[in-house]
Design a protein around this ligand. Structure first.
Ligand SMILES: Cc1cc2nc3c(=O)[nH]c(=O)nc-3n(C[C@H](O)[C@H](O)[C@H](O)COP(=O)(O)O)c2cc1C
Length: 155
């Protein structure tokens, strides 16, 4: 009998970062979180994208159900953020993110995408739409890849 296909899910959450208020120090801290997450996620075959806007973070995590569950449990227990809330957790048919962990902090170079997504009022109300977080993450990934000249691979 053929083995049961493992199920692929994505989880989208948001949280409030408890990092430095200094923009540069915070960027370094987000960089550290991202580098460590890259290694852990590679091991767990997780792909993900982390967004940071002011003190809010939002992340899309894709992978096999058990791996996503284990990864999220570690993320939940991390005191570098608080008020972690799931926006969406569901089965998906394919992965949409190509890296184990990429992060993007709102800055003048990517402002156009963050402005279009307009997540800030939703974060402040505590009701960010999963589809808005997902679409912004994809737009930032596409832009990053086209800068590297590899966008044609994913059309
Ligand atoms: C905003 C945020 C996002 C994170 N994303 C991930 C992630 O995608 N994968 C991961 O393994 N850890 C992630 N972490 C780190 C975990 O919370 C945890 O510190 C880490 O997995 C523990 O690694 P260790 O077992 O090597 O100490 C994140 C932490 C924060 C604050």
């Amino acid at each position: 009998m053929r083995a049961k296909r493992t199920s692929l899910v994505h989880l989208i959450y948001f949280s409030r970062l408890a990092l430095s208020s200094d923009v540069q120090i915070r960027a370094g801290q987000v960089g550290e979180i991202t580098r460590h997450a890259q290694k852990k996620n590679e091991f767990s075959v997780i792909t993900s994208f982390l967004l940071v806007e002011q003190t809010f973070a939002a992340q899309v995590i894709e992978g096999e159900r058990t791996s996503v569950h284990e990864t999220f449990n570690r993320i939940l227990a991390d005191d570098r953020h608080r008020d972690v809330q799931i926006c969406e957790w569901r089965e998906i048919t394919k992965r949409e993110f190509v890296n184990s962990c990429r992060s993007s902090i709102r800055s003048p170079t990517n402002d156009v995408h963050f402005a279009k997504a307009n997540l800030m009022p939703m974060f402040q109300r505590g009701t960010p739409r999963a589809s808005a977080i997902h679409a912004l993450s994809l737009a930032l990934q596409t832009e990053e890849m086209s800068k590297q000249g590899i966008d044609h691979l994913f059309i």
